[in-house]
Write a protein that binds this ligand. Sequence first.
Ligand SMILES: [Zn+2]
Length: 282
Amino acid sequence: MQLGQFTLETVSGGRFKTDGGTMFGVVPRALWAKVFPPDESNMIDQATNCLLIRSGSELILIDTGYGSRLPESQRRRTSSEEGEVLLESLSGVGVSPEDIGTVILTHLHYDHIGGALREDESGQVVPTFPNAAHVVQAGEFEWATSGREELRAAYSADWVTPLADAGLLELVEGDIELRPGIHSIVTGGHAKHHQALLLDSDGQQALYIADLCPTTRHLKSLWCMGYDEEVLVTRRRKPELLGRAADEGWWVLFDHDPETVAARLERDPRSEFTVAEALASL
Ligand SMILES: [Zn+2]
């Protein structure tokens, strides 16, 4: 997709399956199963739709999927793909890891940062994108490395400290322009310092809303993930941002939707928002 001066492409960081209930929090199964039918084990398909932005000669990647270092038991339980899925996707569009100058991470959960590290031939953990500044909200870095007991299931310091040790972390604070035309919007909700990205070029906008609204089945304000740290913040910020997208004609890009990577939305008096136009790929 061309968005003003930006060329946008979706690159897969790997597909996986997750328990449907965890993706819809308090929503009764009878309701979510109608719009997102689970398999016999109650699992639903998930994508990790990472975004490659070509901006002049600059290559910028948003999020990195779960990478190639999942424990085998987790990989099998979640039917996650083996190997270097993200690197293969990038290679498919003619990009090698050394070409990426910036990686922007929406938050530091494993399915977003996992692909930022890999094992080299000698089994050593190394940055996947050795020439990239990895842009992270400072609060999110602090959260992920805090060792707080209640965050243990959501974060591991091991996923991010090798990037800091390699001098590749760029910590930022708040809503700022991260790169020309790429603006962070700290949303909170899914994670306290979770950020969405607003791409703005030549009067055209696209919102990478990340896990504030992971799929087109999460448009309703009450349809939030069970994983959300601050679910009431998600319920407030999600309709606020989706409303701006609908009113101002922004594309909304979905990070976990297995079928729709981008949509334009309309307000709907009965169901809050509906999809007016959907794209299966960019
Ligand atoms: Zn996620």
